[in-house]
Design a binder for this molecule. Structure first.
Ligand SMILES: NC(=O)c1ccc[n+]([C@@H]2O[C@H](COP(=O)([O-])OP(=O)(O)OC[C@H]3O[C@@H](n4cnc5c(N)ncnc54)[C@H](O)[C@@H]3O)[C@@H](O)[C@H]2O)c1
Length: 452
């Protein structure tokens, strides 16, 4: 091994002289870039989106969790530069890859973004660079896909350049846990790679958790997200069970959660969303298929979670039926398009599935979301309508698809005739509306009492 490249880079990391390149400046990449810039590293961000680059160059932030003034300060102080010129990849001492890892149309991993970026890096790779993959992916990606591609340059991993995987755990909208204080798992390809990746993150993040290989780090990330997908699936099935039994699921969860050990609270809801939980487990399922193993927990959880939007539609149909109305022709207002509260991200949002199912059944659908101005669906653009007593009053039914904290639920309870609340946003609150929780009997409101 060329100890001099290794120790030179280690010195540059420790002195914060190392230039950090971040490829892909989205929900993950931008916080990573800003965190390293704030830690004093010169930062070079790469993206292919003109919208993203334009905003960042002007010191604006396109990610809700990153305040614009944090971006502006780093840009103004000359520590954060962004570009779409991949020839500049050789200026970076460490390159962190944060590009998307979605599913293809057939539900298989789409690693084409990682492949593209790896090709860009291969063509400019120079001795002494540290390459870190952060995109969530199946175990083996770093060693089986990234390493051989980079070695096509003639340079050898662990000898001439260094390679590692470090999963991203950022939780958009989380006020407590952010990049700096969330422990960061790292796994290097060789001991030299390992030392460098641990050193780099150690300069910007409070706690670094070292595992012995990139595969262990890759699988740790998928375990975390599979754990959530499976437990949410269990909570959803329990909600369906509680409904059949005529029991209030939220009361049951509160009771179970009073156990001080051995139980962890997970919430049922209208379905899974976001770029991670519904997608990441399928990366592992796909990998295991190549090894003739069926990941049954993943399949079952996905099946139950994917059915939840239809379950909500059944609930809405039941609520309308009780007042002798059909879904066809009914006016429906969805509250929330984002996949989870207090974020503007609509990727894989169950609200979109619900919107589509309602449309297919002939309902007249509108939505309100303080964070999502408009949404394009199957060739139609929907714009968020203001949340007013008139808007609520003209509806036959209102559905709380996302429990944003900024929503005026008292107004909703006062003016919606029927409220379907799969998120338990209004809890046991009383109002004029009749409330259908995700599971269990409806609570008749004052409006129903007046009209008999
Ligand atoms: N969003 C989350 O909460 C979260 C959490 C943990 C892990 N992850 C993982 O992180 C990765 C990135 O996710 P994200 O949510 O940040 O995605 P994102 O879509 O918000 O951002 C990706 C960025 O990469 C850019 N990009 C695409 N192709 C590129 C290319 N060839 N070269 C340079 N830039 C390119 C896009 O323009 C975009 O700005 C995924 O693997 C995801 O699973 C996401």
């Amino acid at each position: 091994m060329d100890m001099s490249e290794h120790s030179k880079l280690l010195d540059r990391i420790r002195s914060h002289e190392a230039r950090v390149g971040v490829v892909g400046l989205g929900y993950v990449g931008l916080p990573v870039a800003i965190t390293f810039a704030e830690a004093g590293f010169p930062l070079l961000g790469f993206d292919i989106s003109r919208r993203v680059l334009g905003a960042l160059r002007e010191g604006r932030s396109h990610i809700m969790d990153i305040a614009a003034d944090r971006v502006r300060r780093q840009v103004d102080e000359g520590r954060f530069e962004v570009t779409d010129d991949f020839d500049r990849l050789d200026e970076a001492d460490a390159i962190i890859i944060c590009v998307p890892t979605p599913l293809s149309k057939t539900g298989d991993p789409d690693v084409s973004y990682i492949v593209d970026v790896t090709h860009h890096i291969r063509d400019r790779l120079r001795p002494g660079q540290l390459i870190i993959l952060e995109s969530t992916t199946y175990p083996g990606t770093t060693r089986e896909l990234v390493q051989p591609t980079l070695e096509e340059s003639g340079l050898e991993a662990g000898e001439d350049f260094f390679l590692a995987f470090s999963p991203e755990r950022v939780d958009p909208g989380n006020p407590t846990w952010h990049l700096e204080n969330t422990p960061k798992v790292v796994g290097g390809l060789t001991p030299a790679c390992h030392e460098l990746v641990a050193a780099l993150y150690g300069e910007a993040i409070e706690t670094v958790v070292e595992v012995s290989s990139p595969e262990a780090a890759e699988l740790a990330k998928i375990l975390e997200n599979t754990f959530r997908a499976v437990n949410i699936g269990l909570a959803n099935e329990m909600a369906i069970i509680a409904d059949r039994l005529g029991i209030d699921i939220w009361e049951v969860i509160d009771a179970a959660a009073s156990k001080p050990y051995g139980f962890m609270r997970f919430h049922p809801g209208p379905g899974l969303g976001g770029h991670c939980i519904p997608i990441d487990p399928h990366y592992l399922a796909w990998k295991m298929k190549t090894l003739q193993y069926r990941t049954r927990f993943i399949e079952l959880a996905a099946e139950i979670n994917a059915e939840m939007p239809r379950y909500v539609i059944a609930r809405v149909t039941e609520a309308l039926n009780a007042v002798r109305k059909s879904l066809n022709g009914s006016r429906v207002l969805l509250l929330g398009m984002a996949y989870k509260p207090n974020v503007d991200d609509t990727r894989e949002s169950p609200a979109i599935d619900i919107l589509r199912l309602l449309q297919q059944r002939g309902a007249e659908v509108r939505y309100h979301d303080p964070y999502v101005e408009s949404i394009a669906l199957d060739g139609t653009t929907f714009a968020s309508v203001p949340l007013t007593s008139q808007e609520l009053g003209r509806c036959d039914v209102v559905i709380i698809t996302t429990d944003h904290a900024a929503m005026d639920y008292d107004l909703v309870l006062e003016h919606a005739p029927i409220l379907v609340d799969p998120r338990n946003a209004v809890g046991k609150k009383e109002g004029a509306a009749t409330v259908y929780p995700l599971a269990g009997p409806p609570r008749r409101g004052r409006q129903a009492a007046v009209s008999g």
